[in-house]
Design a binder for this molecule. Structure first.
Ligand SMILES: [Zn+2]
Ligand SMILES: [Zn+2]
Length: 260
């Protein structure tokens, strides 16, 4: 099942992501490769390789964005919530580790959480990521991790190309002052953009791999004892949610319901 979440903040983040990726492509091809290696075989090599990584970034992003993160199926008929207030049924649900979501009115398996943005309960929900406009859950986490790895590779590749183009002596480079100024400006913006995205995705990738190694999702870590949560995880969870999500935060579970 494919999904597409109608969230204005997610749309804005997707547009920013693709503008950043295609701007990087423009600078690398026009202002780095074509300006400094135009007579070398390295030019087509780097253009093809850089665009291959961009294709992998876009492909993994689309898969993470459009895949079902593991939404719990909605019931065919409306649930009778009078049941869950009776002591016996509540105890039964507790014992089985299944909980009731009163927002989407369904029974859900252990470790599933409700996402207010997707308006669904997601199996093993890690967090809602506006950059893929989707939840990161049981079924799309692998695509999300692939996306992080490829963005990390792309950022590193862009920085290395810019540094090499300035360090290497260039006899064929244009000496025209306006061309040189434009090249400097585009290269500075690209290095800043690549550093920002590179550090950001590496930090999230570290968190994701740590969460997998510990078999604990980001939500579960944030809901656990506050002393055990590293400061960078708290910072990352706020950056990931962005100001438009400041009302959407992990809250401690109460009774049979969770809300994230
Ligand atoms: Zn729900
Ligand atoms: Zn979500």
């Amino acid at each position: 099942m494919s999904t597409f979440v109608r969230d204005p903040c997610g749309f804005i983040c997707i547009v920013i992501t693709y503008i950043a990726v295609f701007y990087a492509d423009y600078v690398v091809v026009k202002w780095v490769v074509m300006q400094t290696m135009q007579d070398s075989l390295w030019a087509p090599f780097h253009v093809v390789l850089f665009n291959t990584v961009i294709f992998l970034v876009s492909f993994s992003h689309l898969r993470a964005m459009c895949s079902d993160p593991g939404a719990v199926p909605l019931p065919q008929t409306r649930m009778d919530f009078s049941d869950i207030h009776s002591g016996s049924n509540a105890a039964l649900l507790q014992n089985e580790d299944w909980t009731v979501c009163t927002r989407c009115e369904t029974y859900r398996p252990p470790r599933a959480h409700h996402c207010r943005i997707c308006k669904r309960c997601i199996r093993r929900m890690d967090h809602h990521c506006p950059w893929i406009n989707n939840c990161v859950g049981e079924r799309n986490q692998k695509y999300f991790i692939q996306f992080l790895v490829y963005v990390g590779v792309l950022s590193t590749y862009a920085i290395v190309l810019v540094v090499v183009s300035w360090v290497r002596p260039c006899l064929d480079c244009s000496t025209e002052i306006t061309v040189k100024q434009s090249r400097i400006l585009h290269c500075i913006i690209l290095v800043m953009e690549s550093s920002l995205f590179g550090i950001f995705v590496m930090a999230i990738l570290y968190d994701q791999l740590e969460a997998i190694a510990n078999d604990e999702t980001t939500i579960e870590q944030l809901q656990g004892p506050q002393g055990n949560v590293s400061w960078h995880k708290v910072v990352m969870s706020h950056i990931c949610r962005l100001p438009c999500y400041n009302t959407v935060g992990p809250t401690r579970s109460s009774g049979n319901t969770h809300s994230v």
